[in-house]
Design a protein around this ligand. Structure first.
Ligand code: SF4
Length: 379
């Protein structure tokens, strides 16, 4: 299995907590779309990529700033230059307030078959606290238009740990979204990133965040309330109705191959060794290199087998199912449990390991303390 990620680094306005690579802009410049299409052509000529792809994902930034025609051009270029399987999951992130009914129709016509809508909260005051550009009513309009356009596989992103957010407000958001019958929910905790406006406001005392205990209660509510309503937790922060887990992200967590196209995008492919690529992070350089017919690579990193093995464990232990022991054995020639005897001992001593013949996983407590659990595997 292999995926293609395309980065669209533009947002109407920066959210107060965001440190992703994105720039404030009302639309996606044609020059960027042209550069992205040139990159698709160049990478396809290089030949150092998987033979066929099973998933395509437009992330950002705000991919729903693309016009229908721009999306159509990019999808046509992908289909012309890569072998993309007919049943491929083709997802895009959508920000409410940026996707008109006409655009959603055009995206569907261009082949997009899964949407991930960044709502974050159903409470307008909380949305405004974190600088989101939309209201809950605009989200409802987007959802309705998406369904009218024929989308039947929809994720909604929710966040907890927001300034002034109460447990009741968070549980209300979970309930409202489930009642709307979306197929997938991503429930993330706010991460306070240095250098963001929210970071400064919190550190100056102007804004305060919920304390650790309250955030932990919200995290528990995500798991309990979503599971109770039929959403299976398959990754630390991701919950899906039966058959609707995100295939693109599952490929990351299974440590599968993927291409990354666009500004600051990352890729991981099997060459002689497992190899990671990172594209340049400034727009000027990205467009300049492509206009000269050069790939916009900033970094190439070939992993040694030990690092590749750790990456596989680190990603696999994010999944509730855990690391597939047979796949690990086939890839590295040894069982994951035998590869890390002292880590296993420490996991078992804490009571965090779920070990079966087929998988090695963390239980709920271990997933809550995943960073500590992973530190046992570092050596
Ligand atoms: S919409 Fe997403 S990528 Fe854009 S500024 Fe907000 S959080 Fe960042």
């Amino acid at each position: 299995m292999a995926g293609i990620y395309l980065h669209i680094p533009f947002c109407r306005r920066k959210c107060a907590y965001c440190d992703f690579v994105s720039f404030a802009c009302g639309s996606v410049p044609e020059a960027y779309v042209d550069a992205l299409i040139r990159e698709i052509e160049l990478v396809s000529r290089g030949g150092d990529y998987p033979a066929a792809f099973d998933t395509v994902f437009f992330g950002g930034g705000t991919p729903s700033l693309l016009s229908g025609e721009q999306m159509q051009r990019i999808m046509a270029a992908l289909d012309a230059h890569f072998d993309i399987r007919a049943e491929t999951e083709r997802s895009m992130e959508v920000n409410p307030g940026t996707a008109t009914p006409e655009k959603l129709m055009a995206y569907r016509a261009a082949g997009i078959n899964r949407l991930s809508i960044g709502l974050q909260s159903t409470h307008d005051a909380l949305l405004s606290n974190i600088g989101r550009i939309h209201t809950f009513a605009q989200f409802l309009d987007t959802l309705k238009s998406a369904r009218n356009a024929g989308f039947t596989n929809i994720n909604v992103d929710l966040m907890h740990g927001l300034p002034t957010q109460t447990l009741k407000q968070y549980k209300d958001s979970l309930k409202t979204i489930c009642d709307l019958g979306v197929q997938h929910v991503s429930a993330y905790s706010l991460i306070l990133e240095e250098g963001t406006p929210l970071y400064s406001s919190v550190h100056s005392g102007e804004v305060s965040l919920p304390d650790e205990d309250l955030v932990a209660d919200m995290q528990d509510a995500s798991i309990d309330d979503l599971e109770e309503r039929g959403y299976h937790r398959y990754e630390i922060s991701n919950f899906a109705q039966e058959g609707f887990a995100c295939r693109h992200n599952l490929n990351y967590w299974h440590n599968g191959e993927y291409l990354g196209l666009g500004l600051a995008a990352h890729a991981a492919v099997r060459q002689k060794r497992w190899t990671r690529f990172a594209n340049v992070g400034t727009l000027e350089e990205y467009e300049r290199l492509l206009s000269r017919g050069k790939r916009p690579l900033a970094e190439t990193l070939r992993l040694n087998p030990r690092d590749e093995m750790f990456e596989c464990v680190m990603l696999g232990l994010r999944l509730t199912q855990g690391v597939d022991r047979a796949a690990f054995l086939a890839r590295f020639g040894l069982d994951v449990v035998e590869a890390y005897p002292s880590a296993m001992e420490r996991l078992c001593a804490r009571g965090w390991a779920l070990e079966s013949e087929a998988f090695l996983a963390l239980n709920r407590k271990g997933l809550d303390l995943q960073n500590e659990a992973l530190s046992f595997f570092m050596r």
